[in-house]
Design a protein around this ligand. Structure first.
Ligand SMILES: Nc1ncnc2c1ncn2[C@@H]1O[C@H](COP(=O)(O)OP(=O)(O)OP(=O)(O)O)[C@@H](O)[C@H]1O
Length: 625
C-alpha cells in the first residue's frame, strides 16, 4: 500500500489550520458532527427527487463512541458516504469542499441547507488526534474504503469491510502534554457539554452511551452503574419553531437558559427573513442593565449560528454600539461554518443581517414607546443613556434611528416626554426647543436661568445625564427646530420693556467695566440680565461650550481643561444692583467685595467649585461686620 502525499498547498494549509485557524480545539467535534449532519442531509435531498430512495427519519442519527483503552473517539453517521474517489478528492485536498460542489451540482436553494462550504473543517480533527481513520461506504456502492492519515506525511486508502452505507471517523487522540489534556475528549460529560454548546440544534439525533447510576435491585443503599444510549442534543432550536407554538414562557426560559440575564426580558423579538439573505433571529431587550454593563468586561454581540451550528459566541458586528444591550441569537444558512472573525467583518451577508436587525430593533422600540409607555420608560431608565451616547458618538449620523426614541424630563408635564411631544405642542412664536442642563431635576428647577423661559410659558427639557447636552449638540435640531440652552446668550425671546438690558448695559458701562476688571479672565463680560426675575445674579455662556459641558469635561480623567466663555449676568431690578451702583461711586473696595461675592454665588448656583473658599467665607464675614 502506498502512502499518497497531501497536495503541497494542502500540507501548508493543514499546518496553518491545526496551529492557528481555530482558537478552541474542542470545535473539532462540531466540525465532524456538522459533516455527518451534512452527509445525512445529502441522502435526504436525494430521496426528495429519487423515488427508489426512501428516508426513514429514525434510521438517521449520529453516534459518538468512546474507547478509553484505545484512546479513540468514534463519530459515525448513516449519511451519503464517500467513494474511493470522494475520499481522495475531499480529504486529500484541503480547502476543496465536496459539500460546495454538491450544492452547485444539485442547485440547492432555499431551505436546502448544507453547512460545509469551505473545506477545512475535517482537518480540525488533527488538532486533537495524531491519527485519523475514515471508513466509508457511499450510497449506491458495494465497496467500502478506509482512509487513514497521521496528518503529516499523507494518507493511505484501501478497501475494507463495512455493512451499511455511511461514514465512521476514528480519532486516535494525542498523548497529553504539559500544557494540554487530550484525555478530556474521552470523558462523557465533556463531550456532552461540547455537543450542547455547539451542536445542540443539529437536526438529527446525536447519540452517546452514557453511564448512569441506579439502586441495585433489592438493595436500599447499594448503587450500580449502567450504560444507556441517550440523545444528547435537543435538535430543534427555538428560533426555528413556529412563533404561534411558542409562549412568552418559552422565550423567557430560553433567555434564562442562555444566561442572557437574571432579569426577565422587557421585550423579545422573534424574526426571520428570506430574500437577499435568510436568517432566523431571536432578540431580547433586557429590563435591567447587566451588572458589568459599564465595565470593560461587558461584550456586546449576538450569538451567531450557521444553520443550527454555533460559529461565534458573541458576534459584535451584528449590533451597533448604541444597541449593545440587545441579547440573542442569529442563525443563517448563508454563512460559512469556518468563517474567521476577520473575514466575517467584511462579509456582505453579515452586513445585511446586521442592517436588518438594527432596523428591527429600532422599529420594535418605537412600537413599545407607542403602545406600552410604562414599559418603554422602564427600558429608557436602563438604556436611554446608551441611545443618547449613540447620537453623540456617531456625530449625529445615527440621528434618524435614534432621535424619536429619546426622552427628557419636562418642566411642564413633570414627567418624561419625547421630542415629538415637545415640538407638537410648541406655541407658534416659540423659536427654539429649550433645555436646561444640571445635576438633578430638583437643582434645575431652582436654577435662575430658567426664569425667563418659564415665565414665557415655554416648556423646558431637563438634561440630567452628562451625555445629554453633548448628544443634543450633535443632533442640532429636531423637526427643524433648533435646541437652545436656557443659559445661552440669546434666548430668542423678545425683551420686555422693563428689562431692556442693552439700555441698562450702556447706562452702567462704567460699573460693568470695573466688575469685569476685578474678575479678570474668569469671565468674558458682565451684563445686565434679560432673563433674571427674582434672582440677583447668574452665569450664562457665550460660544459653543456650555458651563455644564465644562463641568463634565473637567471631571474626566484626562481633563482637557476647556472652559466655557462665561457671562456674569446681574439683575438690574434687584436690590443688590442699587448697592453695586452705590459702591462704584463711593467705595471701590466695597465694589470689589460685592463683585467677588456675587461671582462666587453664581458659581455655587451653577454647581461649580469656588476657587478660594476661604476668601469667600472671609468676604461674607466682612459684610456682616
Ligand atoms: N461524514 C462524512 N460523510 C460524507 N462526506 C463527508 C463526511 N465528512 C466529510 N465529508 C466530505 O469531505 C468534504 C470535506 O469536509 P470538510 O469538513 O473538510 O469541509 P466542508 O464540510 O465541505 O466545509 P467546512 O470547512 O465548512 O467544514 C465535505 O465537503 C464532504 O464532501
Amino acid at each position: 500500500m502506498t502512502t499518497k502525499q497531501f497536495k503541497a498547498e494542502s500540507k501548508r494549509l493543514l499546518d496553518l489550520m491545526v496551529n492557528s485557524i481555530y482558537t478552541h480545539k474542542e470545535i473539532f467535534l462540531r466540525e465532524l458532527i456538522s459533516n455527518a449532519s451534512d452527509a445525512i442531509d445529502k441522502i435526504y435531498y436525494k430521496a426528495l427527487t429519487d423515488d427508489s430512495l426512501s428516508f426513514e427519519k429514525d434510521n438517521y442519527f449520529i453516534k459518538i463512541d468512546i474507547d478509553k483503552d484505545e484512546r479513540t473517539l468514534k463519530i459515525s453517521d448513516a449519511g451519503i458516504g464517500m467513494t474511493k474517489e470522494a475520499l481522495e478528492d475531499n480529504l486529500g485536498v484541503i480547502a476543496k469542499s465536496g459539500s460546495f460542489a454538491f450544492k452547485k451540482e444539485n442547485e440547492i436553494k432555499d431551505g436546502h441547507d448544507i453547512i460545509g462550504q469551505f473545506g477545512v473543517g475535517f482537518y480540525s480533527a488533527f488538532m486533537v488526534a495524531d491519527n485519523v481513520t475514515v471508513i466509508s461506504k457511499a450510497l449506491g456502492s458495494d465497496e467500502a474504503y478506509k482512509w487513514e492519515s497521521d496528518g503529516i506525511e499523507g494518507y493511505t486508502i484501501e478497501p475494507c469491510e463495512k455493512d451499511s452505507v455511511g461514514t465512521v471517523i476514528i480519532l486516535k487522540l494525542k498523548e497529553n502534554t504539559e500544557d494540554e489534556n487530550f484525555d478530556e475528549y474521552l470523558e462523557e460529560y465533556r463531550l456532552k457539554s461540547i455537543v450542547k454548546k455547539y451542536s445542540d440544534f443539529v437536526r438529527y439525533p446525536i447519540k452517546m452511551d452514557i453511564t448512569e447510576r441506579k439502586l441495585k435491585e433489592g438493595s436500599e443503599d447499594e448503587y450500580e452503574d449502567y450504560v444507556e444510549e441517550q440523545i444528547v442534543n435537543s435538535m430543534v432550536p427555538i428560533w426555528k419553531k413556529n412563533k404561534r407554538e411558542l409562549t412568552k414562557e418559552d422565550y423567557e426560559n430560553f433567555y434564562a437558559e442562555k444566561h442572557y440575564g437574571f432579569d426577565k426580558p422587557i421585550k423579545y423579538i422573534h424574526t426571520s427573513a428570506d430574500g437577499a439573505v435568510s436568517y432566523n433571529a431571536i432578540l431580547f431587550i433586557p429590563e435591567k442593565t447587566p451588572y458589568d454593563f459599564y465595565t470593560k468586561e461587558y461584550k456586546k454581540g449576538l450569538e451567531l449560528y450557521s444553520n443550527g451550528v454555533m460559529i461565534m459566541e458573541t458576534c459584535e458586528d451584528l449590533l451597533p454600539d448604541y444597541f449593545n444591550f440587545v441579547k440573542g441569537i442569529v442563525d443563517s444558512e448563508d454563512l460559512s461554518l469556518n468563517i474567521s472573525r476577520e473575514i466575517l467583518q467584511h462579509d456582505r451577508q453579515l452586513k445585511l443581517i446586521a442592517k436588518n436587525i438594527k432596523t428591527k430593533i429600532k422599529n420594535e422600540l418605537n412600537k413599545l414607546l407607542k403602545n406600552d409607555r410604562e414599559k418603554y420608560e422602564e427600558f429608557y431608565k436602563s438604556f436611554g443613556r446608551q441611545l443618547k451616547y449613540g447620537i453623540y458618538s456617531g456625530y449625529g449620523s445615527n440621528k434618524d434611528d435614534l432621535q424619536d426614541l429619546l426622552m427628557f424630563y419636562s418642566s411642564k408635564e413633570k414627567k418624561m416626554v419625547t421630542l415629538d411631544e415637545y415640538t407638537s405642542r410648541m406655541p407658534e412664536e416659540q423659536k427654539y426647543i429649550y433645555y436646561a442642563a444640571g445635576d438633578s431635576i430638583d437643582r434645575i428647577e431652582k436654577s435662575p436661568q430658567t426664569e425667563l423661559v418659564l415665565d414665557k410659558g415655554y416648556e423646558i427639557l431637563y438634561f440630567t445625564d452628562d451625555v445629554d447636552e453633548f448628544a443634543i449638540r450633535m443632533l442640532m435640531n429636531y423637526k427643524e427646530k433648533e435646541f437652545k440652552s436656557v443659559s445661552s446668550g440669546d434666548l430668542g425671546i423678545e425683551a420686555e420693556n422693563e428689562n431692556d438690558s442693552s439700555a441698562t448695559d450702556e447706562e452702567n458701562k462704567d460699573l460693568f467695566g470695573k466688575m469685569k476688571d476685578i474678575l479678570g479672565d474668569k469671565i468674558k463680560v458682565v451684563k445686565a440680565s434679560k432673563r433674571l426675575k427674582k434672582h440677583p445674579v447668574c452665569l450664562s455662556n457665550e460660544g459653543e461650550l456650555s458651563i455644564e459641558m465644562e463641568k463634565i469635561l473637567s471631571a474626566m480623567p484626562d481633563n482637557p481643561n476647556m472652559k466655557a466663555d462665561k457671562v456674569l449676568e446681574i439683575n438690574p431690578n434687584h436690590e443688590v444692583f442699587a448697592a453695586l451702583k452705590e459702591a462704584t461711586e463711593q467705595d471701590e473696595e466695597k465694589l470689589e467685595l460685592y463683585t467677588k461675592l456675587l461671582y462666587n454665588q453664581a458659581l455655587l448656583i451653577e454647581g461649580l467649585p469656588i476657587e478660594d473658599p476661604v476668601e469667600f467665607t472671609n468676604n461674607i464675614c466682612k459684610i456682616m461686620k
